[in-house]
Design a protein around this ligand. Structure first.
Ligand SMILES: *[C@@H]1O[C@H](CO)[C@@H](O)[C@H](O)[C@H]1NC(C)=O
Length: 162
């Protein structure tokens, strides 16, 4: 009985295609505010993000060190015991930190090394996590790296340009 349960648990994990959990950092940013995002209205490869995009896609930014390997992946964030699936669409570059610190490196390594940064746009923070003050977020999270997705049909649906 017990081994059957373990077997099904392993099958479920393999089906989800996720690895983890590991310890990372969740922070928040405002994609519409040029003071907070040096490229307001843009994500890594697309421009003209729309309210509909942010309302329907749990897009997040990851440290640009991890971008080539983990761009356009589903990522499960476990925050306060609850799983939320987000998608990597944007990247955090130290030269763009509003406070002129290496904020992407510092935040990624806050709770673990090498660590992993999930910088969540304020509208996603609100809809997915119920968090209002994006500027105050510096949270230890567990995360799972999952499958890759194709951004093109999603970008097309929400009229992003590139
Ligand atoms: C969160 O997702 C992971 C990966 O799919 C899973 O192993 C874990 O059981 C989930 N945790 C909760 C609380 O749903």
């Amino acid at each position: 009985m017990k081994s059957t349960l373990v077997f099904f648990a392993l099958v479920a994990l393999a089906a989800a295609g996720c690895s983890g959990p590991k310890i990372g950092t969740m922070t928040g940013y405002d994609n519409a505010d040029g003071q907070d995002d040096m490229h307001p209205g843009s994500v890594n490869d697309y421009e003209h993000t729309t309210p509909a995009f942010w309302a329907n896609v749990n897009a997040v930014s990851i440290y640009n060190r991890d971008w080539n390997q983990w761009k356009y992946h589903n990522i499960i964030i476990n925050y306060k015991g609850k799983n939320v699936t987000v998608q990597s669409w944007d990247s955090c570059a130290n030269q763009d930190c509003p406070d002129h610190t290496p904020c992407c490196t510092n935040n990624a390594q806050k709770f673990a090394k090498p660590g992993f940064l999930v910088d969540v746009e304020k509208r996603v923070l609100k809809s997915a996590f119920g968090i209002n003050n994006y500027d105050d977020v510096m949270a230890k999270i567990s995360y799972y790296l999952c499958d890759k997705f194709d951004p093109k049909p999603i970008a097309k649906k929400y009229h992003l340009t590139n």
